[in-house]
Write a protein that binds this ligand. Structure first.
Ligand code: GAR
Length: 217
């Protein structure tokens, strides 16, 4: 079985990278990580990759005069490694249109909200400020506008009355670690296509009847 070749792009902690490392460490998983790329030399995720024996590459954005040159360098590194799918996992740099076009339908991202709600940063602060009853996370293909693109998988997480941004982020993060490997597996199994309205369609997906209520009682 040939496994889909993943490059994971990180900027920091790398807990989603770890979830992908754990999933791909099973030889039966249909994808493997061939490269971890970081724009920050000290990113903790680099240690996780090294520990798992995965090649790492640091491309420090501070050493580049402009975004386009930095992005081209990242593309060159990922292509040299034979990347088939780019996974953004807490990569905290905006990407040039050229880069997004180059990897169109071959690059996915994880975001800690139920997109298209709460794009951008400081997500859980805004979820709590708006009194939303549910938070969640999304894995999606990347398009030029930040935090947009065909949605592959989402998980819904209830907001608790006593939540702080940190406690909510922690509950959401636990689900991120489930849905990122799930989205990668669906793609690697060839079950994800993008329709003419730029929506992702999942072959063999089972519809769920459950209605979620929060609060209950
Ligand atoms: C995750 O919560 C991810 O969803 C978020 O950054 C965190 C990275 O954590 N990404 C974004 O906000 C992208 N817009 P990690 O480094 O532990 O995976």
């Amino acid at each position: 079985m040939s496994r889909l070749k993943l490059a994971v792009m990180i900027s920091g902690r790398g807990s989603n990278l770890q979830a992908l490392i754990d999933a791909t460490s099973d030889p039966a998983f249909p994808a493997e990580i061939i490269l971890v790329l970081s724009n920050r030399p000290g990113a903790k995720g680099l240690e996780r990759a090294a520990k798992a024996g995965i090649p790492t590459h640091v491309i420090d954005h501070k050493e580049f005069a402009d975004r386009a040159t930095f992005d081209r360098e990242m593309t060159a590194a990922m292509e040299a490694a034979g990347t088939e799918l780019v996974c953004l996992a807490g990569f905290m740099r905006l990407l040039s249109d050229e880069f997004v076009d180059h990897w169109r339908d071959r690059m996915i991202n994880i975001h800690p909200s139920l997109l298209p709600a709460f794009k951008g940063l400081e997500v859980q602060e805004r979820v709590l400020a708006r009194g939303a009853r549910f938070a969640g996370c999304t894995v999606h293909y990347v398009r030029k506008e930040m935090d947009t693109g065909p949605i592959i998988v989402q998980a819904v997480v209830p907001v608790h009355p006593d939540d702080t941004p940190d406690s909510l982020a922690e509950r959401v993060l636990a689900r991120e670690h489930d849905i990122y490997p799930l989205a990668v597996r669906l793609i690697a199994e060839g079950r994800v296509t993008i329709d003419e309205n730029d929506r992702a369609v999942i072959a063999g997906a089972v519809a769920q009847e459950n209605t979620l209520l929060n609060p209950v009682g």
